[in-house]
Design a protein. Structure first.
Length: 176
């Protein structure tokens, strides 16, 4: 799937939005959008307000609009190690990654365990809920279930699970 189509498909409202930082901090958008979270806290994502402003100007879009500037900004942070997660109501989990690595596998394993138990006010009740993982930098794409992720289906070996998530709010995070 082309990245533009993928980004557009997941920009819709009425869903739950999360990020996992490169350090394994699992944060919720708190009911807002991913891009609002980034534009409101650029330093937390390793960006500057100037970069965000210039990106929106380059695309001739208003700040916070779910358009080309948003796509460019989100792709930039995903390529720097952030994981973008969105729950499409009554459908599936959409996960965007830079590349699949042992670190990413470990974070997604821990995310699946936590989301089944409940975290940030969200609990996945359906262990067989679909998870669509796509890379913004490669052709990596995987359709899997939350349950399969908890059964080590992303890893080559259980020993690859050295990475764990820290549940936090955006305010608790350090700047990148």
């Amino acid at each position: 799937m082309k990245i533009k189509q993928f980004m557009d498909q997941y920009a819709l409202s009425d869903s739950k939005a999360f990020f996992i930082s490169p350090k394994g901090e699992f944060i919720s958008s708190g009911g807002g959008s991913h891009i609002d979270m980034v534009t409101d806290n650029p330093k937390k994502f390793g960006l500057t307000p100037e970069y965000i402003r210039k990106t929106y100007e380059k695309h001739n879009e208003m700040m916070g609009i779910e358009g080309n500037a948003r796509d460019e900004i989100l792709i930039k942070i995903i390529n720097s190690g952030w994981i973008h997660i969105r729950r499409r109501p009554n459908k599936y989990w959409a996960v965007m990654i830079g590349r699949m690595s042992k670190k990413t596998q470990g974070f997604l394993y821990d995310w699946a365990i936590k989301i089944l138990k409940g975290v940030h006010g969200i609990k996945e009740l359906n262990k067989d809920a679909k998870v669509k993982i796509n890379s913004v930098t490669s052709n990596y794409s995987k359709d899997i279930t939350v349950k399969e992720i908890t059964q080590y289906r992303l890893q080559e070996a259980i020993e690859d699970l050295e990475y764990r998530l820290a549940i936090c709010t955006i305010d608790e995070m350090e700047e990148y």
